[in-house]
Ligand binder design. Structure first.
Ligand SMILES: Cc1ncc(COP(=O)(O)O)c(C=O)c1O
Length: 358
């Protein structure tokens, strides 16, 4: 019940233990097409270029940055936690001049902050935000920020590592040009793949670069020859991971996206109500709290590490600690994907109650 990896369904684990085929085997090629189609459904996009990068969520972040940025480009990035901070580092390593739009950890990035930044940096290559900040539990609304980016002629980039399949994500409706996610949060597959999608506009930017993409491994021009119809060998795809993702996506769509979001919302509300009965609260911005990651304030005088250790030792429950400025101040209780169950909410509430009483 931490910030991911989440629990994985037995059928996902079974899928991953199936015998291997080659990465150009017709059976695998058919499965690649099914994965792409299911990812489009989950991202809610028609983008042709939608596939899983071989690597964790950070590889997806790097994929978007390295393909879109050329040295000297200006970009605007919202920073309200660990992952916006990381994106600035990645973008700077690609040679971008980064304008940071900062909000206190736990709060969202406001559209007017992006509008202000666009006055200072009127022609950025892209504007980027983290939809669901796993380090703080805040969900930044997307549509208005996307509109501001496009009005300035910029692309719009979105991190959906924690949001995808746990709360509404609508890539085409929100006009997101570049998006990445991860398998180990609300998709409930093991860590190791990063689903990505590029709009035709973003793909055109990547195709018409002045210089080659610095990273050979993450170059979309090469990757799309393997994941597209040409099937040109690029790297040996992690076969078993793709089996796992295929089954995880099948389960997501079998449940239905709306039903899955609703399950996440209901379990979050049950946790929130139970915490309130104990005098505990979720500290991220009211009205913008994530359903899948709950930032619980540590009460005055309580040793947060001792509580987490006891939860693990006595109850076999793992929750996460606060990071950066929130270190020692919050616990991060994940209710992601298969972990988001009423039974788990009741277990963690009961265990916390008993430990805090002691
Ligand atoms: C919002 C967000 N972005 C990016 C990442 C990086 O993903 P990974 O750890 O899979 O590389 C994470 C990981 O927790 C995340 O929560």
């Amino acid at each position: 019940m931490g910030p991911g990896p989440s629990d994985v369904a037995p059928s996902v684990l079974r899928a991953m233990s199936q015998p291997l085929v080659g990465h150009l085997d017709p059976v695998f090629v058919k499965m690649m097409e099914e994965i792409k189609a299911m990812l489009r459904a989950v991202f809610r996009t028609k983008n042709d270029l939608t596939f899983p990068i071989s690597g964790t969520g950070s590889a997806g972040m790097e994929f978007c940055c390295v393909n879109l940025i050329e040295p000297g480009d200006e970009v605007i990035i919202g920073v309200n936690g660990v992952f916006g901070t990381r994106m600035c580092d990645v973008a700077e390593r690609c040679g971008a001049k980064v304008t940071k739009v900062e909000a206190p950890w736990g709060r969202i990035i406001e559209p007017r902050q992006i509008a202000d930044a666009l006055k200072q940096t009127p022609h950025p290559k892209f504007v980027a935000i983290v939809h669901a900040e796993t380090s703080t539990g805040a969900l930044t609304p997307v549509a208005e920020i996307s509109q501001l980016a496009h009005a300035a002629g910029a692309l719009f980039l979105l991190d959906t590592v924690t949001s995808l399949a746990g709360c509404p994500v609508a890539i085409d409706e929100w006009q997101v040009d570049a998006v990445y996610s991860g398998t180990q949060k609300c998709l409930s597959a093991p860590p190791g793949l990063s689903p990505v999608s590029l709009s035709p506009q973003a793909l055109e930017v990547a195709r018409s670069r002045r210089k080659k993409v610095q990273s050979w491994y993450l170059d979309v021009n090469l990757l799309s020859s393997y994941w597209g119809q040409e099937r040109v060998y690029h790297h040996t795809a992690p076969i078993s991971m793709n089996y796992g993702l295929h089954e995880a996506l099948r389960l997501v769509l079998l449940e239905g996206l709306e039903a899955r979001w609703q399950r996440h919302e209901q379990n979050h509300l049950a946790l929130k109500a139970g915490l309130a009965e104990m005098g505990l609260s979720i500290v991220s911005q009211e009205g913008h709290q994530l359903w899948q990651l709950n930032a619980v304030g540590v009460p005055e005088g309580v040793d947060e590490l001792a509580v987490r250790k006891q939860l693990l030792a006595d109850y076999n429950i793992e929750i996460g600690a606060g990071l950066g400025p929130l270190k020692g101040k919050i616990w991060r209780v994940g209710l992601m994907g298969a972990t988001s169950q009423r039974e788990n909410v009741d277990k963690v509430l009961g265990a916390l109650r008993a430990i805090l009483k002691k």
